[in-house]
Write a protein of this length. Structure first.
Length: 360
C-alpha cells in the first residue's frame, strides 16, 4: 500500500490540488460579496469526493476498460440515456436544459460523457490503428460522437459540442489519420457549421457571436465580455488582493464562479497569479503527456492524449472568452470553476492516469 502511494506522480497530484485551491479561494471571494457561501461549501464536498475517487482509481486496474468492450458500451449508453433524460426531467435554467437537480445539487451528464468517450475512442482506435487508412473507421467512430453531440446541441450547449468534436478530431490525428481524409473532414465541418448557423443555432447564440465580431452596445450582448476585460485589466501585475476584487465581489462580473472565474482570479491576483495558474496547467499537461509517451500500448496512450485534448480545449476556450478573443460559449475552467460533475470526472481521469503510470 505505502509502496504504491510512493509510486504515484505526486507532482501531478500537487498541481491538481493547487488548481482546486485557487478555484476555492476565488469561489469564496465571490461568495463573500453576496454573503452566500453555499456554492463554496458544495465545492468543498465535491473536492473531498473527487480526491477520494482519484486515489481509488489510482489503485484500480485500468486494463478492465481495455479488455471489456461490453462494459464500455454499457457506460456509453447509460450516458446517452442521461442526456436524453435531460429533455424530460431537467429544469430549464437560463434557457438550457443541462443539469439534473437532486436536492441542492446538480448533475451534468455531459461531463461524464466526456470521460466515457475518451475511453471508448481510445479502445476503438487502439484496436484499429494500423487500419486508419480506411475511411470506414473515421465514419464509424463519428457515429459514436454524433449521437451525444446531437443531444447536447439541442439542450442547447454549443460549447460542449465543440469540446467533444475537438476530442474526436484530436484522437483521429493522434491515431494517424491521412492528411487527405483530415482535409475532407475539415470541409465537412465547415459545411455543417454553415448549415447550423442558418437553420439550427438559436438567436441568442447568434447574438453572442455577432456581438463578439461586431461590438455594438456594451450594455446588452457585450456586457459580460466587457466586464471580464475590465476585471482582468484592473488586476494589473499583482492584483487587487485576494477577497478584494471589486468587479468580483460586488456583482459586476457575471458568473464569476463558472464562465468567468479566470477574470475573477486575474482581478485579485493579477498577471502574477494568472502566470502561476497557467504554469500549473502546463506542468499538469506535461506530466500526463509523459505518461502517454511511456505507455507500452495504444489504449493508455490514447486515453492520456484524449484527456490532454479535453483540458487544452477547455482552458484555451475559457481563457479566450475571458480575454475577449473568443465568443462566449459557456466553457468552465478545469479544476478551478465551480461544478461537481466536472471536478469529479477530471479527478477520476487523473486517477486512471496514475493507474496507467504504475502498471507493470
Amino acid at each position: 500500500m505505502f509502496k504504491r502511494l510512493k509510486q504515484l506522480d505526486w507532482i501531478l497530484i500537487v498541481c491538481a490540488f493547487l488548481l482546486i485551491v485557487i478555484g476555492l479561494l476565488s469561489i469564496y471571494s465571490s461568495s463573500s460579496g453576496r454573503n452566500d457561501f453555499f456554492n463554496f461549501q458544495k465545492q468543498l464536498i465535491f473536492f473531498g469526493v473527487g480526491i477520494f475517487l482519484m486515489f481509488f482509481f489510482s489503485f484500480f486496474d485500468w486494463r478492465i476498460f481495455k479488455e471489456n468492450s461490453y462494459l464500455i458500451l454499457i457506460l456509453y449508453f447509460i450516458c446517452i440515456l442521461g442526456l436524453v433524460g435531460l429533455f424530460f426531467l431537467a429544469p430549464e435554467i437560463r434557457g438550457v436544459q443541462k443539469w439534473y437537480k437532486v436536492g441542492s445539487f446538480s448533475i451534468d451528464p455531459v461531463e461524464f460523457m466526456k470521460i466515457i468517450l475518451i475511453i471508448l475512442l481510445a479502445k476503438y482506435f487502439s484496436m484499429r490503428h494500423i487500419e486508419m487508412y480506411q475511411v470506414k473507421h473515421i465514419i464509424l467512430s463519428g457515429f459514436y460522437i454524433l449521437l451525444p453531440v446531437s443531444l447536447i446541441f439541442f439542450q442547447p450547449d454549443f460549447g460542449s459540442v465543440i469540446i467533444l468534436a475537438a476530442l474526436w478530431v484530436g484522437i483521429l490525428i493522434a491515431s494517424g489519420i491521412k492528411l487527405r481524409h483530415f482535409l475532407i473532414l475539415v470541409l465537412c465541418g465547415i459545411i455543417i457549421l454553415t448549415l447550423s448557423w442558418f437553420f439550427l443555432i438559436k438567436d441568442y447564440q447568434k447574438e453572442r457571436v455577432i456581438s463578439f465580431l461586431f461590438p455594438a452596445d456594451p450594455l446588452s450582448a457585450g456586457w459580460s465580455q466587457n466586464q471580464a476585460e475590465i476585471a482582468i485589466g484592473s488586476g494589473g501585475i499583482l492584483g487587487q488582493g485576494i477577497f478584494n476584487g471589486s468587479q468580483t465581489r460586488y456583482g459586476f462580473l457575471p458568473e464569476p464562479q463558472t464562465d468567468f472565474i479566470f477574470a475573477a482570479v486575474a482581478e485579485e491576483t493579477g498577471l502574477a497569479g494568472v502566470t502561476v495558474l497557467l504554469l500549473l496547467y502546463l506542468v499538469l499537461i506535461v506530466r500526463i503527456f509523459k505518461v502517454a509517451m511511456a505507455s507500452q500500448s495504444n489504449f493508455p496512450r490514447l486515453f492520456c492524449i484524449g484527456l490532454v485534448i479535453i483540458l487544452i480545449s477547455q482552458i484555451f476556450i475559457h481563457v479566450g472568452m475571458n480575454l475577449g478573443i473568443l465568443p462566449i460559449i459557456g466553457i468552465s475552467l478545469p479544476l478551478v470553476s465551480y461544478g461537481g460533475s466536472g471536478l469529479i470526472t477530471i479527478l477520476v481521469s487523473l486517477g486512471v492516469i496514475q493507474s496507467i503510470k504504475n502498471s507493470p
